[in-house]
Design a protein around this ligand. Structure first.
Ligand SMILES: CC(C)(COP(=O)(O)OP(=O)(O)OC[C@H]1O[C@@H](n2cnc3c(N)ncnc32)[C@H](O)[C@@H]1OP(=O)(O)O)[C@@H](O)C(=O)NCCC(=O)NCCS
Length: 162
């Protein structure tokens, strides 16, 4: 099972967590999701969601993902600046990968700003590769890179067709 660094703990989100999620979101993203958008995700089927808490109860990191057919799409991953560089995003992304494997998904996808070198490095380290680019994807006109991590061969690969 994906390991979470000591002394953090994790669990699925509840609606009562969402003010803290929205606060952290606004702290780390230039174009944050409003709380209502997170509320529309919590409790829905075909989702994978996890919150990480510090020992003092502070929200340290989170990941929200949704299934798109046989791919798990990472909608959001973020770590509070106080807890960055401690392996929390790595643990969350590894947990998402395990979920994709457990549900017999084909792979994981995500979008990342072309300027977000730290996140791109992390995704590369975890085995994601760049498979596309969405021009002017973000509000400020910045492009997104589409990154993909395969978790099992497609039927085409099994048949040697790709
Ligand atoms: C990007 C982000 C989620 C990373 O979270 P984190 O919890 O700090 O990530 P981790 O500690 O697991 O790993 C990140 C760092 O470790 C590196 N990394 C992790 N494991 C590594 C390893 N074994 N070997 C080499 N590098 C490694 C990453 O490249 C990165 O490097 P740095 O700390 O030297 O800059 C965080 O910086 C963040 O919340 N940023 C703002 C929101 C954001 O950009 N989210 C992603 C949007 S797509």
């Amino acid at each position: 099972m994906a390991a979470l660094p000591e002394p953090f703990v994790w669990r699925e989100p509840h609606f009562s967590d969402l003010p803290a999620v929205a606060e952290l979101e606004a702290l780390v993203f230039p174009d944050p999701w409003p709380q209502a958008l997170f509320a529309s995700e919590v409790g829905q089927p075909e989702r994978f969601q996890r919150l990480v808490f510090a020992p003092n109860g502070e929200l340290a990191a989170y990941l929200f993902a949704c299934w798109q057919v046989d791919e798990l799409h990472i909608l959001k991953v973020a770590t509070h600046p106080r807890y960055q560089g401690m392996g929390l995003a790595t643990a969350l992304l590894n947990a998402a990968q395990e979920e994709a494997e457990r549900r017999r998904g084909i792979g994981l996808t995500l979008e990342v700003r072309v300027s977000n070198q730290r996140a791109i490095n992390l995704y590369r380290y975890l085995g994601y590769r760049i498979i596309g680019r969405r021009p002017r994807y973000y509000q400020n006109g910045e492009d997104a890179l589409v990154m993909y991590r395969q978790v099992r061969p497609t039927i085409f690969q099994k048949l040697g067709l790709r």
